[in-house]
Design a protein. Structure first.
Length: 599
């Protein structure tokens, strides 16, 4: 790939239910998305071969683009006589993605550092085992044995510190003799990233029973984390051991030009690149059927959390269990019996591929999405934290910060951009619905741009970034990212109907819009894609739009397919306890945002 400009690129993402393929071509001086194809993922019986789903998705791309890409079951490499592709890349979360257990000596220190290293590498952390987690040794052994993770990350102790605790953890892993999820003919990968003084004993303890590899300590001294070596090794082991034994992956790996990347790792890379290039603070979210991933970059620190129990199909009942029925009903602008709501949620769980067939079903699904996004964000804020009382020493590549004793790095007033991805957001019938779901869940403050992934291709572009940055960046900006507009949200609380914000919008065509927003109102002003406007904001003395309480702000705002959203519902905004008032208020907001067809 070095030295020559690719004319045509093929990228696939093998999801848990659907495999998606995209074709990118150089048209003139720029790279653009040409077509997208999809097919069911074939990692499970009766096929048990992931390449079948990939080939089916690529065949759809062939039919739609009228370009021959396959020669039988082989991808034609190098473009010649209008056929073939210059290179092929892929991501995957099929088979449940990368599922890991982490073990560390102290729950709030090395165990958490290990969890952050695993999350940053695109893993789902199934459990965290620590010397002080309150479980008895036999309970820990049983837990390790029953979970059957793809990999274990073992850490503990600063270099030169005590070794007894981390050795005890290694002995627990040895006693559990864990079996990997895929295949029976290979040993479970264990990565040791702890006190270097304990390496020899760890090696003796685990080398017979596991595929042990040793990397640098993730917590060499108390004041510093060193997550990158463990993160890199997790990725390598994932490809060498886990994916190599998943049905059909060996053949798929032979076809790709770069190693297959876990889907969340690829999305995270893209979010991180956007933040770095534009020098902005970003939150990205990918809400799927089984999990919700939240990514953020604040103060140049990249964070990722995965909420493995919050999703819109397989995990939809978990959202209900986690948040409670009242928190879902509070987002519904109509009456519904509790038993009816529970039954609809159960139906979605047992028929995960169904889509809402009535407007009422759509409103219910979007209410559940608000709660899934809100809960995932709460979890993310608790993990994206700074150190308390210890001088930080780190590099940007160190994925997560240190101890949960610190304050969250998430600063909503300093946030510039929210990017939404995943079926419920990307495929919402109206883009206005996606915008309000994200605003309600994240409650941005001040001025924030909102965008959505058009047809869910962030994973493809994330892995493409590693080999050809130009094509990935151009397609992301022109075909993937759909700007929805900007949200202006004064922070403060007041009385319903009281004045909050006086605004003046000066459009580039000379037209001017003036108005006063009252507490409890949300309104929509026209400002299209690619358009900007100068805005002058005069908040009342109890409200802040970014310059301090009652201070005027003059700035430029960006438009989008939804427009300019002025959200004066307060931060944090509260819904009325009274059912009738609550539904009346929701309907007023939904109508103001043109969310659903009116009767």
């Amino acid at each position: 790939m070095k030295g020559k400009e690719p004319k045509r690129i093929l990228a696939t993402d093998c999801g848990s239910t659907t495999t998606k393929a995209i074709l990118i071509e150089k048209r003139g001086e720029e790279y653009r998305l040409i077509v997208r194809g999809e097919a069911p993922t074939t990692v499970e019986a009766p096929y048990e071969d992931v390449t079948k789903g990939v080939l089916n998705a690529v065949r759809e791309v062939e039919e739609l683009s009228k370009v021959r890409i396959l020669d039988g079951e082989h991808i034609i490499k190098t473009v010649k006589n209008g056929e073939g592709v210059d290179f092929y890349v892929s991501t995957s979360s099929a088979g449940g993605g990368l599922q890991m257990m982490v073990a560390g000596v102290v729950l709030t220190m090395t165990a958490e550092s290990a969890a952050r290293a695993a999350l940053g590498a695109g893993a789902i952390v199934m459990d965290v085992i620590a010397s002080n987690d309150g479980r008895l040794p036999h309970e820990k052994i049983e837990r390790i044995r029953n979970l059957r993770p793809d990999m274990i990350l073992l850490s503990g102790g600063i270099d030169g510190g005590t070794i007894s605790h981390v050795v005890e953890l290694a002995e627990l892993i040895k006693a559990a003799d864990p079996r990997p999820r895929f295949g029976v003919g290979y040993q479970l990968p264990v990565i040791y990233a702890g006190n270097k003084e304990a390496r020899d004993i760890i090696l003796k303890t685990l080398k017979e029973k596991t595929a042990l590899v040793i990397v640098e300590n993730i917590r060499p001294v108390l004041e510093r984390e060193n997550l990158n070596p463990a993160r890199q090794k997790i990725h390598d082991q994932f490809m060498e051991h886990v994916m190599a034994h998943a049905p059909g992956y060996k053949q798929l790996m032979e076809r790709t030009d770069v190693p297959i990347m876990p889907t969340p790792g690829a999305v995270g890379l893209l979010v991180e690149t956007v933040a770095k290039k534009e020098k902005i603070q970003v939150i990205g979210v990918d809400i799927g059927g089984a999990t919700t991933d939240v990514f953020s970059v604040f103060q140049e620190v990249f964070n990722r959390t995965v909420s493995a129990n919050l999703g819109m199909s397989y995990s939809i009942s978990n959202v209900l269990a986690e948040t409670g029925v009242d928190n879902i009903i509070r987002w519904l602008p109509m009456e519904i019996e509790e038993w009816d709501l529970r039954n609809r949620i159960r139906n979605k769980m047992i028929r995960p591929t169904t889509i809402p067939h009535s407007l009422e079903d759509l409103k219910i699904e979007q209410a559940i999405a608000r709660e899934a996004l809100r809960l995932a964000f709460v979890q993310h804020k608790s993990m994206a934290v700074g150190l308390k009382g210890i001088q930080q020493a780190r590099t940007i590549s160190d994925v997560f910060d240190q101890s949960m004793t610190g304050e969250t790095l998430i600063d909503l007033m300093g946030l510039h951009l929210i990017i939404g991805s995943g079926g419920i957001l990307s495929h919402a019938p109206r883009r206005n619905q996606a915008a309000l779901m994200m605003i309600d869940a994240f409650q941005p403050e001040g001025i924030t741009r909102i965008a959505v992934d058009s047809i869910f291709m962030m994973p493809h572009l994330g892995v493409l970034l590693t080999v050809h940055e130009q094509s990935a960046t151009e397609v992301f900006n022109k075909d993937c990212l759909i700007p929805l507009g900007s949200c202006i949200a004064p922070v403060g609380e007041g009385k319903l109907g009281a004045n909050v914000l006086k605004y003046t919008v000066e459009y580039t065509n000379g037209k001017t819009d003036e108005g006063i927003s009252k507490y409890g109102d949300i309104s929509l002003l026209p400002l299209g894609v690619g358009e900007t406007a100068k805005i002058i904001l005069h908040p009342e003395k109890g409200f802040d739009v970014g310059e301090g309480r009652g201070k005027e702000l003059e700035t430029t705002v960006n438009g989008g397919v939804v427009g300019l959203i002025i959200d004066c519902r307060g931060r944090p905004f509260m819904l009325p306890e009274d059912n009738h008032k609550r539904m009346e208020l929701l309907n007023t907001w939904f109508n103001a945002m043109n969310l659903y067809p009116r009767k």
